[in-house]
Write a protein that binds this ligand. Sequence first.
Ligand code: PRP
Length: 183
Amino acid sequence: MDSQDVYDDLEEVLYTADQIQARVDELAADIDRDYADKDVLIVGVLKGAVMVMADLSRALTSHITMDWMAVSSYGSGTKSSGVVRILKDLDADLMNRHVLIVEDIIDSGLTLSWLKANLESRGPASVEICTLLRKPEAAKVSIDVKYVGYDIPNKFVVGYGLDFAEKYRNLDCIGILAPHVYE
Ligand code: PRP
């Protein structure tokens, strides 16, 4: 699905499919360089990170292993509590591993802050974060992120894995959702 298919639903296209691919390739080059002499386990956080995991992993030139987690905000359904529930845990043992968490977006930072601490408690050699998008204005906690694709405005964005009510994940670009869709 491309932006023309959902033309009326988007206020603006922030990044085209080509721009995203180019930026993901740059992130992969940075990761290749930084982990040149290390085995890295990349951990995708379902569901939003599926697209960036697929493209990032294929852009890497060295061997990696991949694993997945699914998490959800506990209780109220809002993310602001920062209390996270694991819906699907990793298959891999993290002891002495170099772990790179891959996310589509960091909004408040609460999910990743919790997740990083959780993975760090499992005895890994290192835990770093790569996110395609980050909203600096929405940050509720400060979180050290090694790889960031783009810092974006505090708007409702969809596409390339990001959803509204489970839709738009298969949109090939990233766009700002028009308010009439969700208001
Ligand atoms: C999104 C995103 C992060 C989280 C970021 O996931 O993938 O995991 O929200 O928000 P935060 O910084 O405010 O904690 P979401 O809960 O929407 O699930 P999804 O990936 O399945 O769409």
